[in-house]
Design a binder for this molecule. Structure first.
Ligand code: PLP
Length: 453
C-alpha cells in the first residue's frame, strides 16, 4: 500500500545500512522478530519517549524495546544510578554476593508476596527456564503444560504453539504441541502439553488426564501482554492446580510493573507457586528473576561444598542432589542499580503511566468508531494492542485468527511515516516519558491516517 511506498521514500539510509547489516547477521538482525519487510528501520538514538533513525526521522516510540523501557529512553535517574554504581564501586562484577542483590531482593519480596526466595538471571528466557527446572526438581516429574499462543522464551520446552498455523494446530479445545523453530527435536510432543487459554473446562479436562505426569502449568496471565485472563479462569486455574498437585508458574516477564508494581498476581490477587520476572524489572538492562515458594526454591540450596559443581574440581561431587543454577552475569550490580532506581521512580509515577495508556486507548477507539472501523484496544495497565476485528470477545489465540492484520500493517506503516513507531503488528507500551504532548501528537497522527484509510 501507500504506507510502504512512503516508508521507503523516508528511510533510504536505513535501507542502505540494512544491506550492510545483512553482510554481518543473517537477515541483518540479531533476533528474527526484529526483522520486518521490506526492511527494519535502523535507529540511532533514543531519548525519553523518542527514537531517531539514521535518516533523522523522529518517532514517538511505542515499542519501547518490547515493553522493557517503562521509563523511556535514558531516564536521568536510572543513568545516574548506573553511573554511580560503575564509577564508585569499582568495575561492575564481583563474583560474590553483594548488597544490591539483597536490596533488590527485599524490594521484590515486598512487591510480590508469593516470592519468598529468588534467584537472578540475565533474561526472561532464563527466568522461565529456571522456574521449569525448579518445578521438575521439586515434583520429580518432567512434563509441563503451557497455553496456546503464550510465549515464554526461545528454548525447546516452551517454544511450542506460540503462533502455530491453525490448520495444523488441532482442535481449539485440545490443541497440538507444535514446534515454532527449525532445529527442535520432538521432545516437546511428549513433554509439553498445550492447553486452550481462558477455557477452564477444556483446560481442566486435559490437566486431570495428565495430572500424574505434570510438574507445572506455566501461564502468561495476560497473553502476549494484551489478552487478559478472565478472572474466573485464572482463579479456577489456581484452584485446579492446587487440587491436582501441579505447580503454577506465572510468567510475568511482560506484565510485571505494567499492571501495577505487583504485576498480574497483585491485579488478580492470585499467589502462584513460582514466578518469572524480566523486562521492566531491569529498567532497560538485561535481567530476569525467578522466585517463589521457599520450599520449592530451596531445591537449589547448596548444603555443602561438595554440592557445588565446580569444573576446577576433578573429584566426584554430589552436585546432582541439588538443582544447578549459575551465570557469570547473574545479579549484575549496575543492572540491579538500574532496577532499584526504576522501582523508585515507578513508586511515584506508575499511576500516571497507566492513566496515559487509558487516555490513548480511549482516543484511538473513538477515532476508529467515527470512521466505522471495528477495533479493540486490548490490554491492562501500560501495555495494549490494537486488534481490528468485529468479534465481541478476544479470549485466546484462535479468536485472533479473523482479525484484519493487513489493514493493521498498512495503518502501522502510515503511522511510522507520521512519526509514530511500533514494529508493524506489535503491541503498544507506554512509558513515564509519554505525557499529554505525546498522546496529543499520536492521536493527531491517528486522525490523519484513519481518515485516509
Ligand atoms: N516471557 C514473556 C511473557 C515474554 O514476553 C518474553 C519476551 O518477550 C520472555 C518470556 C523472554 O524474555 P527475554 O526476551 O528477556 O529472554
Amino acid at each position: 500500500g501507500m504506507g510502504i511506498k512512503h516508508f521507503v521514500e523516508k528511510t533510504p539510509k536505513s535501507l542502505e545500512f540494512y544491506m550492510e547489516a545483512a553482510k554481518v547477521m543473517p537477515g541483518g538482525t540479531t533476533a528474527n522478530i526484529k526483522f520486518f519487510p521490506p526492511y527494519p528501520i535502523i535507529m540511532e538514538k533514543g531519548m525519553g519517549s523518542r527514537l531517531y533513525d539514521l535518516d533523522g526521522n523522529e518517532y514517538i516510540d511505542y515499542l519501547l524495546s518490547y515493553g522493557a523501557l517503562i521509563l523511556g529512553h535514558g531516564h536521568p535517574r536510572v543513568l545516574q544510578a548506573v553511573q554511580k554504581q560503575l564509577y564508585e564501586n569499582g568495575t561492575y562484577l564481583f563474583g560474590t554476593p553483594h548488597r544490591l542483590e539483597v536490596e533488590m531482593g527485599k524490594k521484590i519480596q515486598q512487591l510480590y508476596p508469593s516470592i519468598e526466595l529468588l534467584r537472578y538471571t540475565n533474561s526472561g528466557t532464563e527466568a522461565t527456564l529456571l522456574a521449569i527446572r525448579m518445578a521438575y526438581a521439586y515434583t520429580g516429574k518432567n512434563k509441563i503444560a503451557k497455553f496456546e499462543g503464550h510465549y515464554h522464551g526461545g528454548y525447546d520446552q516452551v517454544l511450542v504453539s506460540v503462533n502455530p498455523p491453525v490448520e495444523k494446530a488441532g482442535h481449539p479445545l485440545h490443541p497440538k504441541s507444535i514446534a515454532e523453530s527449525k532445529g527442535m527435536d520432538d521432545y516437546h510432543e511428549e513433554h509439553t502439553i498445550v492447553l486452550p487459554f481462558n477455557d477452564i473446562d477444556a483446560a481442566s479436562a486435559i490437566l486431570r488426564k495428565r495430572q500424574g505426569e505434570l510438574a507445572a502449568v506455566i501461564v502468561e496471565p495476560v497473553q502476549g501482554g494484551f489478552i487478559p485472563a478472565e478472572r474466573s479462569f485464572i482463579e479456577g486455574l489456581r484452584e485446579l492446580t492446587k487440587e491436582l498437585d501441579i505447580l503454577l508458574i506465572f510468567d510475568e516477564v511482560k506484565t510485571c510493573f505494567r499492571l501495577g508494581l505487583g504485576g498480574a498476581q497483585q491485579y488478580y490477587n492470585i499467589k502462584p507457586d513460582l514466578t518469572a520476572l524480566g523486562k521492566a524489572v531491569g529498567g532497560g538492562y538485561p535481567i530476569g528473576i525467578t522466585g517463589g515458594r521457599r520450599d520449592i526454591m530451596e531445591v537449589s540450596l547448596p548444603k555443602a561444598a561438595s554440592d557445588v559443581f565446580d569444573n576446577s574440581q576433578s573429584k566426584h561431587s554430589d552436585a546432582r542432589d541439588v538443582l544447578f543454577h549459575s551465570g557469570t552475569y547473574n545479579g549484575h550490580p549496575s543492572i540491579l542499580a538500574a532496577g532499584l532506581e526504576t522501582i523508585a521512580v515507578l513508586e511515584e509515577e506508575i499511576n500516571q503511566i497507566n492513566e496515559a495508556a487509558e487516555t490513548l486507548k480511549k482516543g484511538i477507539s473513538k477515532l476508529f468508531l467515527q470512521k466505522g472501523i471495528a477495533v479493540k484496544t486490548l490490554g491492562l495497565g501500560s501495555i495494549f494492542n490494537l486488534i481490528l476485528t468485529e468479534k465481541d470477545k478476544i479470549l485466546n489465540y484462535r479468536d485472533l485468527q479473523n482479525a484484519d492484520f493487513s489493514l493493521r500493517r498498512e495503518l502501522d506503516f502510515q503511522l511510522i511515516n507520521e512519526g509514530i513507531y511500533t514494529k508493524p503488528l506489535n503491541r503498544y507500551s507506554i512509558s513515564s516519558a509519554h505525557g499529554q504532548e505525546e498522546i496529543d501528537k499520536t492521536l493527531e497522527a491517528y486522525d490523519k491516517v484513519i481518515r485516509r484509510l
